[in-house]
Design a protein around this ligand. Structure first.
Ligand SMILES: [Zn+2]
Length: 271
């Protein structure tokens, strides 16, 4: 129960309970790839438009309104495509106060809506809408990028879903504050066990001017990070960073993150 396609969309959470529905979804244009959306984690919902940076920077469209509405019930995932072909998962909002990538993910959803793409793009624009709404970093006091290996956490559920969907490449998009770690536009990857992680990161680095930060082996430096856990599961993954102070949106940071996302899709020749 992954993709629900068509003009009548039911949103089903991970426990297979319908949590909402749309009877007249109008975001799909006839020429575009099929689009569907659903809640993939419950207990994380919130009104992301309570965050004025989100409210003032995301496109004002009907598909935006549908994602925002869905996010009140939990972690939303938007799917472009029918599950076939190359399958890429784009994630933002692991840290609720890292705003550029969450806004960029919404721009990407709007860009892909009505477009014919090759394969299937899965986008999670807000991992935990409740913390995005409050503009805070942690969910229930937890750093979600250190607990992907803990059963039942939102990032752990995303890991399991990525395995179930047979995702072929995953990008986790963050922002780093000036003077923080790494404190620069960059892309993290590892060479083992997924050499493709390095290849993807190398490409993003070249195309976007992001510093390449490559580890020989994953799971050591950042145990419990989403990227590390998905690489360990055999899904080639990278973490991308743009520079912006936490809780706000620095000039150029949204477009920087957006371009990193597009580059990942272009690497897989999906757009
Ligand atoms: Zn982060």
């Amino acid at each position: 129960m992954v993709t629900l396609i068509g003009m009548n969309i039911n949103w089903i959470d991970t426990d297979n309970q319908t949590v909402g529905s749309l009877s007249s979804y109008t975001g799909v244009q006839a020429a575009g790839s099929p689009v569907s959306m659903k809640v993939i984690v419950s207990g994380t919902g919130g009104d992301v438009t309570k965050n004025s940076y989100i409210r003032n920077n995301i496109p004002n469209t009907s598909i935006t309104n549908q994602v925002v509405s869905l996010a009140k019930s939990g972690t939303p995932m938007v799917v472009f495509g029918n599950g076939s072909g190359p399958r890429v998962l784009i994630v933002a909002g692991v840290h609720g106060n890292e705003l550029p990538s969450q806004i960029a993910a919404m721009k990407l959803i709007n860009y892909l809506n009505g477009k014919q793409i090759r394969g299937t793009v899965y986008i999670v624009p807000f991992v935990a809408p409740s913390i995005t709404a409050k503009n805070i970093r942690y969910w229930n006091g937890k750093n979600l990028n250190r607990v992907t290996n803990v059963a039942g956490t939102p990032t752990n559920k995303i890991l399991n879903l990525a395995k179930q969907l047979k995702i072929m490449a995953l990008g986790d998009f963050h922002s780093t504050r000036p003077g923080g770690v790494p404190g620069k536009k960059s892309v993290f990857c590892s060479k083992s066990p997924c050499p493709t992680s390095y290849k993807i990161a190398y490409n993003i680095s070249k195309q976007t001017g992001s510093a390449l930060i490559a580890y020989p082996k994953c799971g050591i430096e950042y145990a419990g990070a989403l990227e590390d856990c998905t690489n360990l599961a055999g899904i080639p993954s990278v973490t991308c960073e743009v520079v912006s102070p936490h809780g706000t949106v620095a000039s150029g940071s949204v477009s920087g993150s957006y371009y990193q996302m597009l580059t990942l899709l272009r690497y897989k020749t999906m757009i």
